[in-house]
Design a protein around this ligand. Structure first.
Ligand SMILES: Cc1ncc(COP(=O)(O)O)c(C=O)c1O
Length: 419
């Protein structure tokens, strides 16, 4: 389908050609990759710049002054600028990490918590935004409390306000998922930030899923910290970022330290580097950072708005198709546009891992089954007896997927339901 942007046409079928993996066949049939919430595919443009690093300038940044090192410096600085622009932040406030999980751990370990401080999360968090806080609680560094969802499993602003009032003055940070990887539902982050700031509480957004589906403007949102992984947004594995503002990063203590995080050291003491380097200990993942920069450049050309439209269109087809199959139950809202790129479902009487294996083995449809790292939601009393108690099968779409692929998926689910 053609979409108009800046007077140019976006042809999603044409863009598919950038993803060479999509030419792969297994058992002489094309692959249908619907595990995009776990990891996106990468366009050849991203792979090209990463190869260039290894083939042309495989050095380290910020240390040596030879030509190759200067080239790495330039490429890393450009990537940082590009990523900052994509999220409407300042380059100095982009801290590279290994992934979204490490970015959240950085805040958890570097935030100046004091005895008795409370952190709030939702009851639908990925382990990445639960375990770091549970660990701090075990170490008596914070108290963790959970904002219960409303009756339809959606974020409850009323419950947030009552938690803030219950722990009056003690809540220092609210750390919430922007878009859930469980059911694809997006939380009202603007309202959450507005309410928290009224209570003088900082907000950390887990944007692992949201970054491909929503324009994230750190400045407009007034988000204090956002955590992202490159591999969910067409970038390489092993790189992510904590994106913030100078003021908020200055609040944080150092977490991991070593080379690059100091300007000088003696046997007694050390001088701390400025941001963002003060948080980036040791040699960095330079090809990863450069690939990350190229990935957001690629996304900027298509625009997140166009991506969102295309993905929702695919999810609407999938939702309509699966809703007609007897025994299929979809987790979350009925309407596809409330679930972004995700359709999480079960087929009554069919074990979830068998369904995903059959989809793979019979139709090359690659999805994920299980608890999707949100075990706590499944262990919650109110969900333990639901039809989703053993987990779900999750298909997640991206803009390079097609209607034909979705139709093949519907056909496959129907066949499995009739077995
Ligand atoms: C909502 C959400 N948060 C956090 C993460 C963790 O991301 P990573 O493993 O890249 O750190 C994921 C990964 O699937 C996710 O979906």
């Amino acid at each position: 389908m053609l979409e108009s942007i800046f007077g140019k046409k976006i042809d999603f079928n044409e863009l598919r050609k950038d993803f060479t993996i999509l030419n792969r066949t297994i058992n002489e049939k094309p692959i249908i990759y619907f595990d995009n919430a776990c990891m996106s595919l990468r366009p050849k443009q991203v792979l090209k710049v990463m190869n260039e690093y290894y083939n042309k300038f495989p050095g380290c940044a910020g240390r040596s002054n030879h030509t190759i090192s200067e080239e790495v410096n330039k490429a890393v600085n450009e990537a940082r600028e590009q990523i900052a622009k994509f999220f409407s932040a300042k380059a100095e406030a982009v801290v590279f990490t290994k992934n979204c999980t490490e970015a959240i751990n950085l805040v958890a370990n570097a935030f100046p918590f004091e005895n008795g401080d409370v952190v709030l999360i939702t009851d639908k968090e990925h382990n990445s935004n639960l375990i770091p806080w549970l660990k701090l609680q075990k170490e008596w560094k914070i108290k963790l409390d959970v904002i219960a969802s409303g009756p339809k499993n959606e974020f409850s602003v009323d419950n947030l306000i009552s938690k803030l009032n219950e722990h009056k003055g003690k809540v220092k940070l609210v750390s919430v998922v922007f878009t859930s990887n469980l059911d694809g539902v997006t939380n009202p982050v603007k309202d959450i930030i507005r309410i928290c700031h009224k209570h003088k509480v900082k907000v950390l957004l887990d944007c692992a899923q949201a970054a491909l589906h929503h324009e994230i403007n750190v400045k407009k949102l007034e988000a204090d910290f956002i955590a992202v992984s490159a591999h969910k947004i067409l970038g390489p594995n092993g790189v992510g970022a904590l994106i913030s503002t100078k003021e908020n990063l200055d609040l944080l203590k150092q977490f991991m330290v070593g080379g690059e995080t100091v300007t000088d050291s003696s046997y007694e003491n050390y001088e701390v580097e400025k941001i963002p380097e003060k948080f980036e200990a040791g040699l960095q993942n330079y090809p990863g950072i450069i690939g990350f920069g190229e990935a957001v450049k690629y996304l900027e050309k298509i625009t997140i708005k166009n991506i969102q439209k295309q993905i929702i269109k695919l999810n609407e087809i999938a939702t309509a198709g699966l809703s007609e199959i007897s025994g299929v139950e979809i987790l979350g809202p009925k309407k596809a546009d409330k679930r972004g790129g995700i359709i999480s479902f079960v087929i009554k009487g069919k074990p979830i891992h068998e369904v995903s294996l059959l989809l793979n083995n019979t139709h090359n449809v690659m999805v994920r089954s299980g608890a999707h790292c949100v075990h706590s939601w499944f262990n919650n009393d109110k969900n333990r007896e639901s039809m989703f108690k053993d987990g779900t099968v999750r298909a997640s779409f991206s803009f390079y997927n097609t209607e034909e692929e979705v139709n093949e998926f519907i056909k496959a689910v129907k066949e499995i339901s009739e077995l």
